[in-house]
Design a protein around this ligand. Structure first.
Ligand SMILES: [Zn+2]
Length: 327
């Protein structure tokens, strides 16, 4: 019996249940974005930076509890023909009219959702609603970062169609967790005003879609070259022996893509800061408080409930929107 349990543990693949950057990368992106802001904003974001970083992962936690949440994190652009996917109208109303809301949602809505979050953040700035500014800043950073992930713009999001199961976590979690600290360059410059946020976020998802083939192909090519006992390694993670992509394979894979992960992470940081800045400018550049924001009891309850419910899900995978093959 003991032997069987050990056997099972041995073949438990390291579990990355988030779809999007892993929790580590999401926190890093929001954290570093704050330092791209002008002084008038940084004086508010800096005292609250722990909140901004920690709550970068709330949208992924919510995927377990709210069924509509899943489709806000991706868009399977390859469902709409070939690049640049002109069959898909960029305007929400036109897209819904052409394909129907259920179908559009099933294939993901991240660029439209970023637009909706930007509007809400702008209103929060205008009203100087500090708790809302913090929560919406943290969350829009999540969706913007997800839009930069190539496998968030492709229906083969976890290599499930090509025998590359696990590639999602390899790209978005394993590489940053293993290689970002001390290696990735986060010197990025300053946030910029975005005059057309819609055009900007569509450009981002199109870049992601264009890179998805490279992400899949390079893993496949490397897998042919590297024997399985060197591709994977067994590591002790919180007391569990788990099968994991080896550091050797991960490093080679990252280099083979010409450091694409670092590049997309840097672009996520820049875009996040620039969307925050744009919302603030569009709200009339309100003078912001400089202290730590205190949340009401009700708001704290809501945040704590989200965290508790997520912890209770254990290793249950996060859900996407129901897959509907309509084309
Ligand atoms: Zn996500």
């Amino acid at each position: 019996m003991q032997q069987r349990v050990f056997f099972l543990l041995l073949f438990t693949f390291a579990c990355y249940t988030s779809f999007g950057w892993g929790f580590y990368a999401h926190r890093e992106i929001n954290y570093h974005a704050a330092f791209l802001l002008p002084p008038a904003m940084l004086s508010f974001y800096k005292p609250n930076i722990d909140f901004i970083a920690e709550h970068a992962v709330d949208p992924d936690k919510r995927r377990y509890a709210v069924s509509e949440e899943g489709c806000r994190h991706y868009i399977d652009l390859n469902r709409y023909g070939a690049y640049p996917f002109d069959a898909l109208p960029r305007q929400w109303n036109e897209a819904v009219e052409k394909f129907g809301e259920d179908s559009i949602k099933a294939h993901g809505i991240v660029p439209w959702w970023v637009g909706s979050m930007l509007h809400r953040l702008t209103v929060a700035f205008r009203n100087k609603n500090y708790p809302a500014i913090l929560r919406l800043s943290a969350e829009i950073g999540h969706y913007i970062a997800d839009a930069h992930v190539p496998l968030h713009a492709h229906s083969n999001y976890n290599g499930q169609q090509t025998g590359q199961h696990g590639i999602h976590g390899l790209w978005e979690s394993r590489i940053p967790e293993l290689l970002a600290a001390g290696n990735f360059n986060y010197f990025i410059g300053k946030a910029r005003y975005i005059s057309s946020p819609e055009a900007y976020i569509w450009k981002v998802v199109l870049e992601s879609a264009a890179a998805a083939d490279t992400v899949l192909l390079h893993e496949k090519q490397l897998t042919y070259k590297i024997p399985p006992d060197q591709k994977y390694a067994y590591e002790n993670r919180s007391g569990l022996i788990t099968r994991q992509y080896s550091a050797y394979f991960t490093t080679l894979y990252n280099a083979s893509m010409n450091n694409m992960v670092e590049r997309r992470m840097r672009e996520s940081i820049f875009a996040t800061a620039s969307f925050w800045y744009t919302a603030w400018v569009n709200a009339g550049q309100p003078v912001l408080d400089r202290g730590m924001v205190s949340f009401s009891g009700e708001e704290m309850d809501e945040l704590n409930t989200l965290d508790r419910e997520w912890k209770e899900t254990g290793d249950k995978p996060a859900v996407r929107c129901p897959d509907q093959d309509v084309f």
